[in-house]
Design a protein around this ligand. Structure first.
Ligand code: FAD
Length: 331
């Protein structure tokens, strides 16, 4: 049986949800073509029993654990060299990683070391039963078409997948629960790079990818000062502020807030789009939201085609009204 390798994403001591989404998809692929699903964890300490059990019940047949103090935080060279060594030893057919900041950084390096290709930012994966070719679907040409890519001549087949694209298993997988310790030799962790500072997202704040409620602003807010009701509202309802690319490019907010093709894919319970036109590239990142509220003064704006509720009017006025009525509810 061939191997499918998922590279786990760690955030502090936690295994990030994107890992479980990839494991869920891996199990789905293994119905079509028998695959042993392994998950690689690079860590500065052994995985705790709870984390190991959640990876097994999340779909992994095997955990490959590589422990070294250089893995306390993401570090490009030790990551890519160790992962390359693991891939050479286990010879998987497929390697998957989340298209997070770190996944997007180490996967091209890993593909180069392994002299194979990489399909970045996939939004769909399937497999050809006979050949084992991975069918890797992703938006192309500025998000206007979906391209399905296969790499019949090279192995392993490598892809990154946007978090929130797939779902984790709903029922626990009955795993063989094999744990393999991979020896990290000093040559694998040698690096010239030094981590100088690390800035986590503000305390208690969630990134857009993990948020359950997102209030996103667009150019229809007209000026940076008009972001204030968005921040106020999001604080009141424990939400996260999102953004269209235009306001990120205008430096009203950092890139970490950008939703869309060249930003993040999100899957919140509620997504409020204020003053956002609904360009395909924005829609590509937020159409997976469970419930969408759009505020736009143009009743023909494309965003209304995707909204569960549409409010036609001035975004700043409506957001201020919403904040006021919530404030009076709380009092
Ligand atoms: P605009 O298009 O300027 O729309 C502003 C909207 O606000 C309009 O619909 C207008 O009717 C409305 N409005 C105006 N005044 C008011 C008011 N007072 N109250 C309420 N509504 C008002 N975009 C992304 O967002 N994310 C991406 O990741 C992304 N990636 C891209 C990648 C590529 C390769 C390319 C080519 C483009 C990408 N874009 C992305 C850009 C995208 O095409 C759009 O330009 C962008 O989404 C538009 O942002 P916007 O809706 O905020 O602004």
């Amino acid at each position: 049986m061939s191997d499918l390798l998922v590279i786990a994403e760690r955030r502090g001591n936690e295994i990030h949800s994107s890992t479980f989404e990839l494991l869920g998809k891996a199990r789905e692929l293994s119905i079509k073509r028998p695959l042993t699903v392994s998950v690689v964890v690079l860590s500065d300490k052994p995985v705790e029993e709870d984390s190991a059990n959640s990876l097994f019940s999340g779909g992994a047949d095997r955990i490959i654990l590589a422990v070294d103090r250089s893995f306390s935080r993401f570090n490009f060279e030790p990551y890519t060299k160790t992962l390359a060594s693991i891939v050479r030893e286990f010879a998987p057919e497929i390697v998957l990683a989340p298209a997070t900041t770190s996944g997007r950084t180490y996967m091209p390096g890993l593909a180069a070391l392994l002299k194979t290709g990489l399909t970045a930012d996939c939004t769909g994966l399937d497999i050809e039963e006979e050949t084992g070719n991975l069918l890797q679907t992703r938006p192309a040409i500025g998000g206007n078409i979906m391209a399905t890519i296969k790499t019949p001549n090279h192995r392993p087949q490598m892809a990154t997948v946007r978090p929130k694209t797939f779902s984790a298993l709903k029922e626990a997988y009955e795993s063989k629960s094999e744990l393999v310790n991979f020896e990290v030799t000093p040559d694998l962790t040698q690096t010239e790079a030094k981590l100088i500072e690390f800035h986590p997202i503000g305390a208690g704040q969630k990134g857009v990818q993990d948020a359950e409620v997102i209030i996103a602003g667009g150019m229809g807010l007209r000026k940076v000062e008009n972001m204030e009701p968005i921040f106020r509202l999001s604080k009141m309802i424990n939400g996260t502020v999102g953004a269209s690319r235009k306001i990120v490019d205008s430096k009203w907010i950092g890139h970490e807030a950008q939703v869309g093709l060249s930003g993040h894919t999100v899957k919140p319970k509620i997504y409020i789009a204020a003053g956002i036109s609904g360009a395909v590239q924005h829609i590509a990142g937020m159409q997976t939201a469970e419930f969408i509220v759009a505020i736009n003064r143009d009743r023909n704006a494309a965003i209304f085609n995707f909204a569960d509720i549409g409010l036609v009017g001035d975004a700043v006025e409506i957001l201020n009204e919403l904040a006021k009525s919530l404030e009076s509810e709380v009092k």
